[in-house]
Write a protein that binds this ligand. Structure first.
Ligand code: SF4
Length: 342
């Protein structure tokens, strides 16, 4: 109900009281100097230095800035979004396609790795650029050019063994509700599909994206819908996000979270426990805690396995089992994620 009221205020006040998510998504910082200035920092204060000219450009919605501590060059949220000079250091074992996704692309725009599931690359756009992103070198142009989605939809129609379609990208929730509605209509006409999953970080940086229009789209008996959030730190779960997640849960959407274990961001047991607690309060279950994919430019975020195992053991000792995410790694060629036992 509160969510409905919020949407009404947005319309009635022509956006100035509560801007809608599209305005928030467009209100961006894309420049290292501007980001430092907004947070009362000097670039030379950033450990390891900054990269003002990265091939993977800086992209931070101002909506996210309110959760970053001004004047703190070590802020864990800042680390996830500020382009670091360390990203240019070549590290053996780290490459452009760490999960060998190019080998699992039967047609452009679709990845098929696991039994019964297929992933649609619905867009190359993201609301935020995460410096650890395993698709930071992904050839989106190859996947999204020409007859957008058509080949992928044809492939799904021809594969009755696929029951679950995963909308990914990029971030599927950067698309408008109208575009999503068009895509869901085409998917709904494929009778063997019954599970629909979204992987998204957009609501973490812009909670307003979980608006009434999206709720209406997902509140349908046609699909069993799962939304997998990508939040990495308890401070990313603010009251606005919690409120909207609970509204989604009331609409029958299963809510899970996938985090990445990131050095200097969430590699402390207090932080991981705080994340699980905050997610639970929002009605979201912590599902996976991923070891970093070995993508070029992100090696400085890696947490060695022995430390990851120790953290996970400490988390298990502290929380009930249903709040302990599975520690996992994705390995090229495997038939599913590898759950790590520490
Ligand atoms: S939102 Fe997801 S796909 Fe986009 S940059 Fe971040 S991690 Fe990568």
């Amino acid at each position: 109900m509160a969510l409905k009221r919020l949407a009404m205020i947005t319309q009635e006040a022509d956006g100035w009281q509560v801007p809608d998510w599209r305005r928030l998504q467009a209100d961006l910082i894309t420049d290292v100097a501007a980001l430092c200035e907004a947070l009362d920092l000097r670039p030379e204060q950033i450990p390891g230095g900054v990269d003002a000219d990265s091939d993977f450009p800086l992209r931070v919605p101002r909506r996210y800035l309110s959760r970053i501590e001004p004047g703190n060059p070590d802020d864990p949220l800042l680390r996830q979004v500020l382009a670091s000079a360390r990203e240019r250091e070549p590290v053996p074992g780290y490459g452009p396609d760490p999960l060998e996704e190019a080998a699992h692309t039967p047609v452009p725009g679709l990845l098929h790795k696991y039994h019964g599931r297929a992933l649609l690359v619905v867009t190359g756009a993201c609301a935020v650029h995460c410096r650890y992103c395993f698709r930071r070198h992904f050839p989106y142009q190859t996947h999204l050019s020409g007859g957008r989605w058509k080949q992928a939809l044809d492939w799904l129609r021809a594969h009755p063994d696929i029951r679950e379609v995963i909308l990914s990208g990029g971030d599927p929730l950067t698309l408008s509700n109208e575009r999503l509605a068009g895509l869901l209509e085409e998917l709904a006409a494929i009778p063997h599909l019954d599970r629909l999953r979204f992987h998204t970080r957009t609501p973490v940086v812009i909670p307003e994206r979980l608006d009434d229009g999206l709720l209406a789209l997902l509140d349908t008996p046609r699909w069993r819908v799962t939304l997998v959030l990508h939040a990495n730190h308890p401070r990313e779960i603010d009251p606005a996000l919690s409120e909207r997640c609970r509204a989604l849960a009331r609409a029958g959407v299963t809510l899970l979270n996938q985090a990445v274990l990131l050095a200097g961001v969430n590699d402390r047991v207090e932080t991981l426990a705080g994340l699980s607690d905050a997610l639970h309060d929002a009605g979201v279950l912590p599902y996976y805690l991923h070891q970093l994919d070995a993508v070029a430019g992100a090696a400085h975020f890696a947490v060695p396995d022995p430390r990851a195992f120790a953290l996970h053991r400490a988390l298990r000792a502290r929380l009930p089992g249903f709040l302990v995410p599975r520690l996992a790694r994705e390995e090229p060629g495997e038939s599913g994620k590898t759950v790590l036992k520490g």
